[in-house]
Design a binder for this molecule. Structure first.
Ligand SMILES: Cc1cc2nc3c(=O)[nH]c(=O)nc-3n(C[C@H](O)[C@H](O)[C@H](O)COP(=O)(O)OP(=O)(O)OC[C@H]3O[C@@H](n4cnc5c(N)ncnc54)[C@H](O)[C@@H]3O)c2cc1C
Length: 443
């Protein structure tokens, strides 16, 4: 075992990375700027905590590998179980999907509940400590050997600065990470790929006025560019609550008032969302979160990143949240970290580069999926490949064909959950149906 690893940030990526590290280091220290939280409520430094957070199947499976029986614990404590193809009522590109019981059983809850349960599991690992109210301000690097030695921190409790030393430092400080600036001071340039989306999420919690049984657990009205640019979703969460969200791209105005929220609901192509609002009452304010860009930071392509310094989670790549990928990708990266540590005896020859190259492969698919969809919006532009028109044509047909073809729907659902590669969308049965069959079934 190596002596000590430091993890900057105790969000999802930080907690999961810490667990992966705990089998290979005597001590793992998570340094977290936020205060300790004793209840499953949104945290100050996680403003997106009010927004709905889906846990994809890939993320659930990765978390289970790191923390066995985690899903059971969630379910015992009030999470909601749902079957993806049966309990999601989903409208997209003009069609409702036919619903049926498939093999994708999901677990859902508010983000604070998910994170709080994970923190409780982290607290039970004897060689992981979480030091709260501790802000990392800079890396300490041995320039001659190009090796990270530790970090400089400031304690919000004492106001004191301190140097902490470690064999490995993992930056999991989220999208606001300062890694690129820190590395610049050591002469290392990291390029960013950005796709402007200017997306808003406007979310409000509701409860049903009367205890009625709905025939769905989640309702999703996906934006279908260019005709219906507004998206809407309702997610059932613990304690008989519903997380109700409206989203819009490219600088659309975010609804601030009850009237504006309702007006957006009425503008949707189907009435189910508005019907729900009339049956329910709000139990929170409208919380708005804006995401200007999707950003992929190319640590995998940068030269001379100090050995022993790794970047994961949103600090590495922030996706369009509409695809619900962030936590799951962070969990898959933590598993990759475990596997890289398992295969190495040394942290100083190429370990950093190898890890970043490996997770770049994991990031590539969700990144491609998210930016390809965004480019459908007439105002969202970027460096497009010549294949883009084909991808848009094929995936639109795929979405439409999946409405009435269970094989296509379950294949699509598995790819969206990142448990199958997009190559499965080119299965002969899928291609045949898309090219020859879908129109007949959908008229
Ligand atoms: C509106 C919205 C909806 C989303 N929906 C989904 C969804 O449905 N499903 C999904 O999987 N993902 C979703 N995401 C993405 C998800 O929120 C992120 O991918 C996830 O939080 C990333 O985890 P992280 O640990 O990398 O970063 P964060 O969760 O941001 O955690 C970073 C942590 O680092 C700490 N920190 C920051 N700087 C420092 C420092 N210098 N020193 C010490 N500590 C520091 C912060 O306090 C924080 O605790 C959504 C995001 C948004 C904005």
């Amino acid at each position: 075992m190596w002596e000590r690893a430091i993890v900057i940030g105790g969000g999802f990526a930080g907690k999961l990375a810490a667990k992966a590290l705990s089998s290979y280091f005597q001590q793992v220290n998570i340094l977290e700027a936020d205060r300790e939280y004793k209840d499953p409520v949104p945290r100050k430094r996680i403003p997106q905590g009010y927004q709905p957070h889906v846990l994809l199947k890939s993320g659930e499976e990765a978390i289970e590998k790191l923390f066995p029986q985690f899903t059971d614990e969630l379910m015992k404590n009030g999470s909601i179980g749902s079957n993806f193809t049966r309990d999601l009522k989903w409208h997209h590109f003009g069609f409702w999907k036919d619903r049926f019981t498939g093999d994708l059983n999901m677990v859902q809850q508010s983000r604070p509940m998910l994170e709080w349960h994970l923190q409780k599991r982290v607290d039970r690992v004897s060689n992981i400590t979480t030091r709260y109210e501790t802000m990392v301000k800079q890396l300490i690097v041995n320039r001659k050997q190009n090796k990270v030695l530790g970090v400089l921190v400031k304690s919000f409790k004492t106001g004191m600065e301190e140097e902490l030393y470690a064999d490995l430092v993992v930056d999991a400080s989220g999208f606001g990470s300062k890694s690129i600036d820190w590395l610049k001071t050591f002469g290392v340039e990291v390029k960013e790929e950005k796709v402007w989306i200017q997306l808003f999420y406007a979310t409000r919690l509701y409860r049903l006025k009367k205890q009625e049984r709905l025939d769905w657990t989640n309702l999703l009205i996906s934006p279908s560019f260019p005709e219906n640019p507004i998206g809407a979703s309702i997610q059932t969460i613990e304690e008989n609550r519903f997380s109700v969200t409206i989203s819009g791209y490219a600088n659309d105005h975010a609804p601030q008032t009850n009237e504006e929220f309702f007006a957006y609901a009425q503008s949707l192509p189907v009435s189910d969302f508005v019907n729900f609002l009339t049956q329910a009452e709000p139990i929170s304010d409208i919380k708005i979160y804006k995401i200007p860009n999707q950003v992929r930071r190319r640590f995998d392509l940068a030269r001379q990143i100090p050995e022993g310094f790794l970047v994961i989670g949103d600090a590495h790549c922030r996706f369009d949240p509409l695809f619900g990928q962030g936590i799951s990708v962070a969990a898959m990266e933590a598993l990759e970290l475990q596997s890289c540590l398992h295969q190495t005896k040394r942290l100083d020859i190429g370990f950093t580069r190898r890890f970043h190259k490996n997770i770049a492969k994991q990031i590539a698919t969700p990144w491609e999926m998210a930016i390809t969809e965004a480019f459908r919006h007439p105002k969202i532009k970027g460096k497009n490949s010549f294949l883009l028109p084909f991808k848009h044509w094929y995936t639109k047909r795929l979405y439409q064909a999946s409405a009435h073809d269970p094989f296509i729907y379950i294949t699509l659902a598995r790819v969206m959950n990142l448990i199958r590669t997009p190559l499965h969308l080119f299965h002969p049965k899928v291609v045949t149906s898309i090219v020859f069959g879908w129109q007949k079934k959908n008229v």
